[in-house]
Design a binder for this molecule. Structure first.
Ligand code: PEP
Length: 259
């Protein structure tokens, strides 16, 4: 079975002002910036991206943006283009995060446009998928994940898949303290991997990193990451404290997925 290097992302959302983002970035870079055992991506809010990217420069830590616009330029007031982000050292884009889908109102079509544009521009993408609580209760988890995966990756080439991570984030688990059981998360990840084998082939499905997100913390990370198809995590609240985030990164290193 393929061994996938674990990937842990920190989604800082609309948190950390002033020097807080720089201080947290420095702590993460100091701790894991020299490690090749795990890929770490940190995603600060727009105003702090440049400063955080300078701190991460030359290390193994990548800096990601929480959003971007898919058009290269034009009259799109308030939007930020991919090349602007690349100018300041951003290498990764989060797409399809549940807050962008369900709070801001992004459609599958827009998520796909952003995903394709980011990959075409040379960025890595973390594509987020996941079901709402009522969809889970209705037994629709795998169907929702499959649809969001198919739509999100439509038009993405097999070669580009090497730069895609999929984050399975059940909406009801994000920021709520509720976590999918390791067995439920594993089942959802395995089903997403099956979708990838249908869309591409089994080699690409096995090589693509699938990470779990939704109230991951140091206490539950190792068990989640120990599941066969879980290759790391996308971390929100627990990414805001260096000690917690680094403990989660350690858990990912300790449990190479797919091993
Ligand atoms: C997230 O923001 O993607 C997330 C998973 O948040 P939390 O870890 O706080 O649930």
């Amino acid at each position: 079975m393929a061994i996938r290097k674990p990937h842990v992302g920190g989604n800082w959302k609309m948190n950390l002002h002033g020097n807080e983002a720089a201080a947290l970035a420095q702590a993460v870079v100091d701790a894991v910036g020299g490690s090749d055992a795990v890929d770490v991506t940190i995603c600060p809010a727009f105003p702090y991206l440049s400063q955080v990217a300078q701190i991460a420069a030359g290390s193994h830590v990548k800096v990601g943006a929480q959003d971007a616009y898919h058009e290269a330029n034009g009259a799109f007031t308030g939007e930020v283009s991919l090349s602007m982000l690349q100018d300041i050292g951003v290498e990764v884009l989060l797409t399809g995060h549940s807050e962008r889908r369900h709070v801001i109102g992004e459609t599958d079509v827009l998520v796909n446009a952003k995903t394709r544009a980011a990959l075409d521009a040379g960025l890595d993408v973390i594509l987020c998928v996941g079901e709402k609580e009522e969809q889970r209760d209705a037994g629709q988890t795998d169907a929702v994940n499959a649809a969001q995966t198919y739509y999100g990756l439509a038009g993405v080439s097999a070669d580009q898949m090497a730069r895609v991570t999929i984050a399975y984030e059940p909406v009801w688990a994000i920021g709520t303290g509720k976590t999918a059981t390791p067995a439920d998360a594993q089942n959802a990840h395995a089903a997403i991997r099956k979708v990838l084998s249908e869309m591409y082939d089994n080699n690409i499905a096995q090589a693509t990193r699938l990470q779990y997100g939704g109230s991951v913390k140091p206490a539950n990370a190792a068990e989640l990451f120990g599941q066969t198809d879980i290759d790391g995590g996308l971390i929100g609240g627990a990414a805001l404290k260096a000690d917690d985030f680094l403990a989660i990164v350690d858990a990912a290193v300790g449990t190479p997925a797919g091993a």
